[in-house]
Ligand binder design. Structure first.
Ligand code: CMC
Length: 479
C-alpha cells in the first residue's frame, strides 16, 4: 500500500458563501517524491488501497473534513489511473491544462512509455513493425487488433486497392480553391466534403458501415493528397493505378503525368511506405483526441477526420516536419548553428528548435531512431548531398551534447528526420504534413471506431472560471 499526501490550493472560494480563503500552496509527498511549496487552505490525502480504491481526504481550513472514495483502474501497461469522475458530485473539478496527467479514455490500440522510449501497436514494438511489416499490414493490425493471415492480408490489400478512386464530383471541389492554397487547407476541406458523399449511407452504429468508412478513408487519402498537390502546380489530376502498391500509387499520382508512363523508384516507394507506417498511430495525441472528441457527438466520421487534419496541421504537432525544413533553410550554413541553438535556449526568444522535444518522450522517440536509419539508407542509396542535410546532422550532434537539451530531455523527434528524408525523396515541403495525415488516418479511424464501438459519452471538459462574477446589464447611455 503506497501513500500520497497532497495539499491542494484553490485561488478562489468555491462559491460566495464558502469561507475558504485564497491561498497558494502545494505539497506532494509519496514514496519517491517530495515537493513542498507554500501552505494552502486544505489538505488532501490520497491513499492507494490494495483493492484499487483511493480515498481523497480533504481537510478544509475551518477544520471540516471530507472523504471522497475514488476507484483506481489498472491497465495492462502504464501507470494506474485515479477515477475522478465522482469529484464533480462533491463540488470539485480537476484542473489539468494540456492534459498532462489526464487519461481521457480507455484504449487497446497503442501504448507509449515515454521515459523508456517504447511504442507498441497492439503490443508489437514499432521497430519490429518497421522492419518486418508494411503500412497496409500495420493498418490491418491497428484496426483489427491482430496481424492478418496471408489470406486476410490479400483480401485487405485488395479492398484498399479498389477504393482508391474518388467520386468524379470531388474533382470539381478543387476548382473552388486558390492555386496557392496550402495542401493541408485543401485536405481539410475535401476530406470534410466526403461526408456529403457518404452521410446517409453511413450508420455509425453499424460495425460494417464503420469498417467501410475506414476502408474509404485509408484508400482515398493518398488520392486526395496527390490531387491537392497537382492542383497547386496546375497539372492534371492522375487517376490511381491499382497495379501499384499503396505507396507507389501515391508517388505515381504525385509525380506522374498523363503524357508518359510513370517510373516509380522502388527505393523511394519503400521509404515512403515506411514513413506512412511510422506515422500510423500515436495514442491520444492532439489530432487523435480531436477526432475522438468530434466523434463523441456522433458526428459523421469523414467530418471527424477533417477535424483531425486541422489539429495535425500546427507546427507543435504534424506541421513540425515542414517547420524543420524551413528552419534548416533559415539557418542556411553550418556556421550559424550556434546562433540558433542560443536562440532556442533564450527564454525571451520564442524560437524553438523544430523537430526537438516531445510531450510524452523524455528519451529518444523510437520512431525517430527508425526514421534516422531510413534517412541514412535513402541518402546513401540515392547518393544525395544537400547542405541542409549537413546542417541537420550537425544540429542534432550539437543539441544532443548541449546541457539545456540534456537537462530538459529534448531529443530529436520523428518530425526532425521525416523532414530530412522527405526532402531527400523530392517531396515538396508543403506536402510534408499531408504525408503525416495520410499515414495517421488509420490511427484516427481506429480510435474513432474503438470509441463508437464501445461505451462512450459526449466529451465535455469543464473549466476553472476566472472571469467576472454575476453583474447587471448596463444600458448603452449609462456606459
Ligand atoms: N526547443 C527549445 N526548447 C524547447 C523545445 C524546443 N524544441 N521544446 C521544449 N522546450 C523547452 C520549453 O521551453 C520548456 O522549457 P521551460 O521548462 O524552461 O519552460 C521545456 O522545454 C518543456 O517544454 P514544453 O513546451 O512545456 O513541453 P510540451 O510537452 O508542452 O511541448 C512540444 C512539446 C513537442 C510541443 C515542444 O517540445 C515543441 O514545441 N517542440 C518543437 C515542435 C515539434 O518538434 N513538434 C513535433 C512533436 S513530435 C510529432 C508529433 O507527435 O506530433
Amino acid at each position: 500500500m503506497g501513500s500520497l499526501l497532497i495539499t491542494i490550493s484553490a485561488r478562489r472560494p468555491r462559491d460566495p458563501t464558502d469561507k475558504l480563503t485564497h491561498s497558494a500552496g502545494f505539497k506532494l509527498t509519496c514514496q519517491a517524491v517530495s515537493i513542498s511549496l507554500a501552505p494552502s487552505h486544505f489538505l488532501a490525502v490520497v491513499t492507494f488501497m490494495s483493492d484499487k480504491h483511493a480515498t481523497l481526504n480533504l481537510t478544509h481550513e475551518d477544520g471540516t473534513e471530507q472523504a471522497i472514495d475514488l476507484s483506481v483502474h489498472s491497465g495492462t501497461l502504464g501507470p494506474d489511473v485515479l477515477d475522478v469522475g465522482k469529484l464533480t458530485a462533491n463540488g470539485y473539478f480537476t484542473y489539468d491544462p494540456g492534459f498532462t496527467s489526464t487519461a481521457a479514455c480507455e484504449s487497446q490500440i497503442t501504448f507509449i512509455d515515454g521515459e523508456r522510449g517504447v511504442l507498441l501497436h497492439r503490443g508489437y514494438p514499432i521497430e519490429q513493425l518497421a522492419e518486418h511489416s508494411d503500412y497496409l499490414e500495420t493498418c490491418y493490425l491497428l484496426l483489427n487488433g491482430e496481424l492478418p493471415t496471408a489470406g486476410q492480408k490479400d483480401e485487405f490489400v485488395g479492398i484498399m486497392t479498389r477504393h482508391t478512386m474518388v467520386h468524379e464530383q470531388i474533382r470539381t471541389f478543387f476548382n473552388g480553391f486558390r492555386r496557392d492554397a496550402h495542401p493541408m487547407a485543401i485536405m481539410c476541406g475535401v476530406v470534410g466534403a466526403l461526408s456529403a458523399f457518404y452521410h446517409d449511407s453511413t450508420d455509425i452504429s453499424d460495425p460494417w458501415h464503420r469498417e467501410v468508412a475506414a476502408f474509404r478513408l485509408i484508400a482515398k487519402m493518398p488520392t486526395i493528397a496527390a490531387m491537392s498537390y497537382k492542383f497547386s502546380i496546375g497539372q492534371p489530376f492522375m487517376y490511381p493505378d491499382n497495379s501499384l502498391d499503396y505507396a507507389a500509387n501515391f508517388l505515381h499520382m504525385m509525380f506522374g503525368n498523363p503524357c508518359e508512363p510513370t517510373k516509380v523508384s522502388p527505393t523511394i516507394a519503400r521509404a515512403m511506405d515506411r514513413i506512412f507506417l511510422l506515422h500510423a498511430d500515436h495514442e491520444q495525441n492532439a489530432s487523435t483526441s480531436t477526432v475522438r472528441l468530434a466523434g463523441s457527438s456522433q458526428a459523421n466520421p469523414f467530418a471527424c477526420i477533417a477535424a483531425g487534419i486541422a489539429a495535425l496541421w500546427g507546427p507543435s504537432h504534424g506541421g513540425a516536419n515542414e517547420a524543420v525544413v524551413k528552419m534548416l533553410e533559415e539557418i542556411g550554413t553550418v556556421d550559424r548553428i550556434d546562433e540558433y541553438i542560443a536562440k532556442a535556449k533564450d527564454k525571451d526568444d520564442s524560437f524553438r528548435l523544430m523537430g526537438f522535444g516531445h510531450r510524452v518522450y523524455k528519451n529518444f522517440d523510437p520512431r525517430a531512431k527508425v526514421m534516422k536509419l531510413a534517412a541514412d539508407e535513402v541518402l546513401a542509396e540515392l547518393g544525395i548531398e544537400d547542405e541542409n542535410l549537413e546542417i541537420a546532422k550537425r544540429l542534432e550532434e550539437i543539441a544532443l551534447k548541449d546541457e539545456y537539451f540534456i537537462e530538459k530531455k529534448l531529443y530529436p523527434n520523428v518530425d526532425f528526420y521525416s523532414g530530412i528524408i522527405l526532402k531527400a525523396l523530392g517531396i515538396p515541403t508543403s506536402m510534408f504534413t499531408v504525408i503525416f495525415a495520410i499515414g495517421r488516418t488509420v490511427g484516427w479511424i481506429a480510435h474513432w471506431n474503438e470509441m463508437i464501438g464501445g461505451a462512450y459519452r459526449i466529451g465535455r471538459p469543464r473549466q476553472l472560471y476566472t472571469g467576472e462574477t454575476q453583474r447587471d446589464f448596463v444600458p448603452l447611455d449609462k456606459r
